[in-house]
Ligand binder design. Sequence first.
Ligand SMILES: Nc1ncnc2c1ncn2[C@@H]1O[C@H](COP(=O)(O)OP(=O)(O)OP(=O)(O)O)[C@@H](O)[C@H]1O
Ligand SMILES: [Mg+2]
Length: 257
Amino acid sequence: MLDVKDITISYQKRPVVQSLNFHLDQGQVLGLVGESGSGKSTIIKAILGILGRSGQVDKGQILYQGTNLTTLSERDYRKIYGKEIAMVFQDAKASLNPIRTIGSQFIEYLKSHEKISDQEARSQGIQALKMVELKDPEEIMDQYPSSLSGGMAQRVGIALALALKPKLILADEPTSALDVTNQAQIVFELERLKKKEKLTMILVTHNLAVASYLSDQLLVLEKGKVVDYGPCQEVLKNPKSSYTKGLIQNIPSLGEG
Ligand SMILES: Nc1ncnc2c1ncn2[C@@H]1O[C@H](COP(=O)(O)OP(=O)(O)OP(=O)(O)O)[C@@H](O)[C@H]1O
Ligand SMILES: [Mg+2]
């Protein structure tokens, strides 16, 4: 589904991700792990075409179902975003509009992609909220982000990302803004969705416990370079780099960090 071939990404000519290769099959979760500044979000942004003015993919290809995303125009990206590839943000509360109800944000998002009525969009939104096991979805539709708990807001963020049934989900630290209990719950929720909806996902996290719980493949980055990559259990059992070995020794439990 996704084939990243030898890409180098830089900001203002300074390479921050170098010679990156990975492959993602449908129904698989790739865990992208590395310390702060190692380039994790940069990779997600490159896939989404949102590196901004200072950033660019210098070489290589990002093939999504055979299409090279690095050469897409902004307009073509807009066709892909949401319906093909969607994003789950670190802090759903911050990424939602604080002065509009959840329902109106679902309706706007869905109507910007599909020719449907408000009513249809609302009912699709309710379906999506049910998908992430939120109780009283109708009530949530009429609420503002500020009245949701962190865990609920994150479920709403995941529901929004799933609402258009995208084929690929990019999740950048989807649990890091949460407290221990909610973090574990969101991890279990993603695990359940992975099985039930056969999610294909790139999961960015600095928490190796979270990554190894959810991922089929693990890719460990150190300063923009891949130091370990392979099936999750294999990387955990036989890490090649001392960097990964260190991470494994200091593996936080599913709640910390
Ligand atoms: N817009 C930008 N302009 C210039 N440099 C940037 C920009 N965005 C990120 N960088 C630099 O690129 C490198 C990688 O940053 P990136 O945000 O991808 O790291 P990360 O692994 O996601 O870190 P974190 O875990 O803190 O989110 C860092 O050195 C960062 O300072
Ligand atoms: Mg980041």
